[in-house]
Design a protein around this ligand. Structure first.
Ligand code: TYM
Length: 336
């Protein structure tokens, strides 16, 4: 098979948190190091599936781009761009929407979670969201998509849509993207409830560590994190019925690029009163340089805009031929 092409993205809504970082961004940096061709977009068109204040959206889009760069995505090696700057995303979405069954969208758990009981009042954009995500990926013929565990179902749909198109048009235009769900922390849980994933939309700030938190805030949130009363076990199996303990251990491991089982050999037998300060140290050491760099980058938004514009130009060069090919196969005259 030809070279890997990686594509992924994050929504510019609220601040990025440790789940976004450990479940996705940190893995992107590793993939970039391996030399894969990488495209990372800030998915602003996805963000507007729930109402956004325009100024907040602009600020958040730059913040997410700054977080990518601060975490180690190098704009000279990877393409960083806002989704909305490449018209192909919305164009392809419409084309693919015409061949996506509503039955499949009805099964998407993220829609059910976000729409809640009031699905009748949810916007069409929120419902069609997974088709836009499929378009993001297929537009670039991405081979691998590094995401957290919560995006698995959307990836499966993208694969199905690719296959429907190819089958209908007797072509091999679209590549079936492989999900890359990597590392120790593919699903980071809330610090307040080990049964809920860490999420930007959780009303409690204490539930998550944000990439903009300073050392004091990180320490406070970890100190207040929910735990049980037992000492840490010496095997991963010993964490099985202890969701909060399991979460903190896997965060501790992932921040150090280790597995839970590796770190348990050092921390087995410790009480949380002893383990939490160790976790604070590791989290602050790892995250502080990222936060500092992010703030530096955000002090010059014109430089961020320049990087995003250059990225969008490169992304458009890859996207335009795919749109043209798709439209030609579907029977459009292609006079634009
Ligand atoms: P978003 O913006 O919700 O999250 C960005 C990335 O962070 C991961 N993530 C987590 N990983 C581990 N633990 C958590 N608690 C956690 N919370 C979030 C997500 O899995 C994701 O990888 N639909 C996507 C954005 C998207 C996209 C795409 C991704 C749009 N188009 C194309 C890949 C390819 C989303 O809402 O991610």
């Amino acid at each position: 098979m030809s070279q890997k092409r990686i594509l992924s993205g994050m929504q510019p809504t609220n601040n990025l948190h440790l789940g976004n970082y450990l479940g996705a961004l940190k893995n992107w940096v590793d993939l970039q190091k391996e030399g894969a061709e990488c495209l990372f977009c800030v998915v602003d068109l996805h963000a507007i599936t729930v109402p956004q204040n325009p100024d907040d959206l602009r600020r958040s889009t730059r913040e997410v781009a700054a977080a990518y760069i601060a975490a180690g995505i190098d704009p000279t090696r990877s393409i960083i761009f806002p989704q909305s700057a490449v018209p192909g995303h919305s164009q392809l979405m419409w084309l693919l929407a015409t061949m996506t069954q509503m039955g499949k969208l009805n099964r998407m758990t993220q829609f059910k979670d976000k729409a809640g009981k009031n699905a009748e009042k949810a916007g069409l954009g929120l419902y069609a969201y997974p088709v836009l995500m499929a378009a993001d990926i297929l537009l670039y013929k991405a081979t691998h998509v590094p995401v957290g565990d919560d995006q698995k179902q959307h990836l499966e749909l993208a694969r199905e849509i690719a296959s429907t198109f190819n089958h209908r048009h007797k072509s091999e235009l679209f590549i079936q993207p492989e999900p890359y769900i990597m590392g120790e922390a593919a699903r980071v849980m809330s610090l307040q409830d080990g049964s809920k994933k860490m999420s930007k939309s959780d009303p409690s700030e204490k539930s998550r560590i944000s990439l903009i938190d300073n050392a004091d805030t990180i320490a406070k949130k970890i100190r207040k994190a929910r735990t049980d009363t037992e000492a840490l076990p010496d095997t991963v199996e010993g964490l099985e019925s202890r969701p909060e303990a399991k979460n903190l251990v896997s965060i501790y491991a992932a921040l150090q690029g280790k597995t839970s089982s590796e770190v348990l050999s050092d921390i087995a037998g410790k009480q949380f009163s002893e383990f939490k300060p160790m976790l604070v140290d590791v989290a602050v050491d790892h995250l502080s340089p990222i936060t500092t760099r992010m703030n530096e980058l955000l002090s010059d938004t014109s430089e961020i805009d320049r990087i995003l514009k250059a990225g969008a130009d490169k992304a458009n060069e890859i996207a335009t031929p795919t749109i043209n090919e798709t439209m030609e196969m579907m029977g459009f005259l292609g006079l634009s």
